[in-house]
Design a protein around this ligand. Structure first.
Ligand SMILES: C[S@@+](CC[C@H](N)C(=O)[O-])C[C@H]1O[C@@H](n2cnc3c(N)ncnc32)[C@H](O)[C@@H]1O
Length: 398
């Protein structure tokens, strides 16, 4: 990841110089032991933090994990720009001097952010989703064979997402959207009854950490809501254990049927399937049919803190341990001061299996998530309500 190492100018000088660089740095938030500072960056229509961190031989200026812009060029340019406006003496840098080519991942019209799907509408007659498309062989084959259908590919591994976008360009396809995001959260923001198929092919079995599996009771519920009547959720796996686990999960609701196949061949063999076939493993297919339409999803979640503003007790009462509620948690991980009456809390929250990390910006008369609001999932909303109560001083444990 791009970063620079420079002479440490100290937090006070950093803050002073940042005041003259409002064109890119909005404010500076300093950790209580003053070993690091977050620079609130506004650059090329994006908002994120850069981290200034004291190290043994100077200081590092680098990305902040929780808010990192996905566009690498934006990140590189903003680090360089900041180093320049802050007059940092660079000791070492891994940012090449030549102008970086825009990453194909972000230049493409087919790359979509999760926010693009809130209130999602499309002119395509049918929609299918592939969870964890990996090298993309299956989604590319499906999209070519069904040009009238939109395929939304979800993948948490950024290089795989980038590779698929390249293939979309090379093959001139117009019916694939690529989303570099956790599929389990993504489904929660989609409207009901819009999808014809959800493919989950060769998911990671996570035998030792089952909470990380894609298939779960919640995922099944959301899939059934998003699928229209007669729609299918298709699991294909080489793991007998995962197949048996999924069978148990799929057997829970009484509103669907399923079909089981063993060693059934498909017209396209994915990269992982090819590997398992070479090892002569059995392949299991479990297809679930959605037998009825679901209710429309109710109003969008609001992540407002209403008229909550800074008061001294807030900081004093912040718990250092994670707070656990029914189906959610929140953990105030770190506190950063901006001014005497303005501060920032780094907070992890939501569902244990798919936590989000966000910052909460609190000033005299306002409290907001910064730079962006969390995804409107049920567990995020529950966590937000608990945080709000907590900051309001109404609740001291969940
Ligand atoms: C074992 S690979 C299979 C890839 C591909 N389906 C195939 O058959 O070759 C599983 C893929 O799922 C992706 N993945 C795992 N959990 C995910 C999640 N929650 N949301 C989206 N993608 C996920 C991983 O990054 C990985 O690329």
């Amino acid at each position: 990841m791009p970063h620079i190492r420079c002479d440490d100018i100290g937090i006070d000088t950093l803050k002073k110089r940042a005041k003259c660089a409002k064109e890119i740095i909005q404010f500076i938030a300093t950790s209580s032991n003053r070993d690091e500072a977050l620079l609130a960056i506004e650059y090329k229509d994006d908002r994120f933090f850069l981290l200034y961190k004291k190290v043994k031989n100077g200081a590092l200026l680098k990305y902040d994990k929780a808010t990192r812009p996905l566009n690498l060029t934006t990140l590189k340019e903003s680090i360089e720009f900041c180093a320049q406006v802050l007059s940092l003496d660079i000791i070492e840098s891994n940012i090449e001097n030549k102008k970086a080519k825009p990453s194909p991942l972000f230049a493409s019209d087919y790359y979509k952010k999760i926010e693009d799907f809130i209130d999602f509408k499309t002119s395509f007659k049918e929609i299918a989703i592939e969870v964890g498309f990996g090298s993309g062989r299956h989604i590319l084959y499906q999209a070519k064979s069904n040009p009238q259908k939109l395929f939304i590919g979800l993948e948490i591994h950024t290089p795989s997402a980038s590779q698929l976008l390249k293939q979309i360009e090379i093959q001139g396809l117009k019916n694939i959207f690529v989303v570099n995001y956790d599929a389990r959260l993504f489904l929660e923001i989609l409207p009901s009854n819009i999808c014809a198929n959800i493919y989950v092919h060769f998911p990671v079995p996570w035998d030792k950490k089952p909470h990380r599996r894609v298939i779960s009771k919640d995922f099944l519920q959301e899939s059934l809501r998003v699928l229209k009547k007669e729609g299918t959720l298709e699991l294909r796996t080489d793991s007998q254990k995962y197949y048996e686990y999924a069978l148990e999960v799929f057997s829970m609701p009484n509103r669907c049927r399923f079909e089981i196949k063993k060693n059934h061949t498909l017209p396209i063999v994915s990269k992982y399937e090819a590997r398992w076939l070479r090892q002569e493993k059995n392949i299991y297919d479990l297809t679930l049919f959605c037998d009825e339409n679901s209710k429309e999803k109710k109003s969008l979640y609001s992540f407002s803190f209403c008229d909550l503003g800074y008061n001294k007790n807030m900081i004093e009462n912040l718990p250092s341990k994670p707070q656990v509620g029914d189906g959610f948690f929140f953990h105030f991980e770190r506190l950063y001061m901006i001014d005497e009456d303005m501060f920032l809390i780094k907070c992890a929250f939501g569902d244990f299996a798919k936590p989000e990390q966000k910052y909460i910006l609190i000033s005299k008369d306002k409290c907001t998530y910064y730079p962006y609001e969390p995804i409107g999932s049920h567990s995020n909303m529950s966590a937000h309500n608990a945080i709000k109560e907590f900051l309001n001083g109404k609740c001291h444990s969940c």
